[in-house]
Ligand binder design. Structure first.
Ligand SMILES: Nc1ncnc2c1ncn2[C@@H]1O[C@H](COP(=O)(O)OP(=O)(O)O)[C@@H](O)[C@H]1O
Ligand SMILES: [Mg+2]
Length: 248
């Protein structure tokens, strides 16, 4: 009887959750479009005022710049939110993780070099393939690499390492940047937690959601002033779907 009630309650909560998720996604879209129009018009207005010589023109331009910055911030949050909400059905294909990491490294290397960051891939040969949604995996790498870049404002070293550990396929992303204090370490995966002005605080929650949707796990070691290591672990392609051990 109790089990039956639990099942009903679970179904009710799931339905409620998916309704709220759909509403929130719809709301974000509804806000995104008029916000773009507002920012475009602010851009046009500030272009018109750019060559203005009067003190009044300069005051108005200053206010417009503030409004543009706030709009950009809101757009950033909405984009990150939509990215988070979109992690639904995966398009999985057996994939060579080394190839995916190599392609990503080629894509970001030049930009990182411009910021004084040396990218150093160490890819273990002969890795088993993994069942991957490559486009979502690129989002994971992009979020982690952007965070690392932001933690190395004066440049540094960013390592991308793959290996096989305890029958799992692993990817480590290691930077020698600012690192995190204990408060940040405890909160970094919480939605909307950010220590950056203008940060959405949705990067790491999105990363974790994507990795867990692949039956993988992610953990982080970080020391203030030393740097940060994110370790991702994925099941090999032919391994059975992981069972949830917590329900024993
Ligand atoms: N590689 C890193 N080095 C230092 N701090 C980091 C790193 N990655 C994440 N963080 C911390 O975790 C917080 C949350 O990251 P994230 O979810 O991506 O949000 P955001 O980048 O928008 O702040 C960041 O604000 C930062 O304090
Ligand atoms: Mg981020």
């Amino acid at each position: 009887m109790a089990a039956e009630f639990d099942e009903q309650e679970r179904a009710r909560l799931l339905k409620q959750y998916s309704e709220i998720a759909t509403l929130a996604g719809g709301l974000a879209h509804e806000i995104r479009n008029p916000l773009s129009t507002i920012r475009l018009n602010l851009n046009l207005l500030s272009e018109e005022l750019e060559n203005g010589e009067s003190a009044r023109d300069r005051r108005m331009l200053n206010k417009l710049v503030t409004l543009q910055r706030e709009c950009q911030h809101l757009e950033g949050i909405l984009d990150a939110f939509l990215q988070f909400a979109r992690v639904g059905e995966l398009r999985l294909h057996p994939t060579d993780l080394n190839r995916a990491v190599k392609e990503f490294a080629t894509f970001v290397q030049a930009e990182l070099a411009e910021h004084g960051i040396e990218l150093s891939p160490h890819l273990a040969p002969g890795l088993p393939s993994v069942s991957l949604d490559e486009s979502l995996m690129r989002q994971v790498l992009m979020n982690l690499v952007r965070n690392a870049q932001q933690a190395m404002p004066d440049g540094g070293l960013l390592e991308l390492q793959t290996c096989e550990r305890d029958g799992r396929v692993c990817l480590d992303i290691i930077d020698n940047g600012l690192g995190m204090d204990e408060r940040t370490r405890n909160r970094m995966f919480k939605a909307f937690f950010s220590t950056r002005t203008g940060g959405s605080g949705l990067g790491l929650p999105t990363v974790r959601k994507i990795i867990e949707a692949h039956n993988g796990s992610i953990q982080c070691d970080s020391e203030l002033g030393q740097g940060t290591r994110f370790s991702i672990s994925l099941p090999p392609y032919d391994s059975p779907i992981a069972q949830d051990d917590s329900e024993q």
